[in-house]
Design a binder for this molecule. Sequence first.
Ligand code: ATP
Ligand code: MG
Length: 378
Amino acid sequence: MKTSPFIYGVAVSGKSFTNREKELEKLTKNLVGGINTVIISPRRWGKSSLVDKAIQQISEGNLNTRIVHIDLFSTSSEEEFLSKFAREVIKSSSEKWEEWLKIGKDFFKQLIPKFSVGIDPETDFSVSFDFGELIRHKDEILGLPQAIAARKKIKFLICLDEFQNLAAFDGYENLEKKMRAEWQRQKDVCYCLCGSKRHMMTDIFDNSSKPFYRFGDLIPLQKIERERWIEFIVAGFKDTGKSISSEAAALIADHMRNHPWYVQQLSHYTWQNTRKTARSEEVSRALEELLRTNAPLYHKEAEGLSGTQINLLKAIAEGVDQLTGTAAMQKYALGTPRNVSKNKTSLKNSDIIDENNGRLEFLDPAFEMWFRAQFLNR
Ligand SMILES: Nc1ncnc2c1ncn2[C@@H]1O[C@H](COP(=O)(O)OP(=O)(O)OP(=O)(O)O)[C@@H](O)[C@H]1O
Ligand SMILES: [Mg+2]
């Protein structure tokens, strides 16, 4: 039996990757040209997939460029970040572990790195520092890539995913200043910084009173266009010996409002539910399955909201424009105008709603469907 051509939950590549030609061209050009680039989009719209693809192309064509890729999702302190940063920079600077040890000797003046290398250095190699010293001499770590690059006549491309996580650490403001001061002087190092908490990313990179203002080119990643999804879905079915009408494929994209992760998920369920040819009935059944599967997550999400926040979401789901108008405030029990504005900000900050051309909408299309069924009996 063929396996499903539709993949979700991991960064996609090869045949599972579609569209993004323009973004890819811009990103690769920037990164090869040494222009720092910041990519911002809501969760699961395809940042990692795009960056992976750009990195792959760059590493094929620029053998002199060393690539460092760090996901900060599970990093929980400044010390952990700095150690990880040092480790990955050292590791990518050479294939030989003997050279890593030499870097430890040659490039640190204040800090004393402790190395441990196991039987397989590839997987069993770590660098650690005295934590107190690490914070005091963080510029030595932050300056490491440029120091190595200059000596070895190489370049570094450093990608940091979920960058906004750093902002939650104790002492972030000092780290932020130091990072900016070191990094903007580095001639042979280019940074690609991604993040999904948009209000935090925007506050870091687009606020003129903050150090990272104008640090690099800002790319707000969009969803993938409907037409491209239709082609992609039709091709995925065809390649695996099944078929789907373009109408049904369009239905998948429309239900999920072109959201990359969800379009792939709904396509997958539809594909699984189809023996030969998918039509709108198969899509409807798949949609029910998708909502059933994800319901526990949505329950949890709704449980974290206050009564007036739920009410505000009801009004948004029903397309109410004037949220602070007396009629809407009464009909939906939204509280005071101050409540409305606070709830709006908080729902935006937690990426539940988004403002698009002045209109508020749910960011997660399937959560919206579940919400309507749950709270509005639709
Ligand atoms: N270019 C693409 N072509 C096809 N599907 C895509 C593409 N980009 C993303 N997707 C779909 O969206 C899912 C999420 O993609 P990815 O992990 O790259 O997003 P992300 O923005 O990095 O997410 P997160 O915020 O969770 O890190 C993928 O598993 C895939 O199903
Ligand atoms: Mg990602």
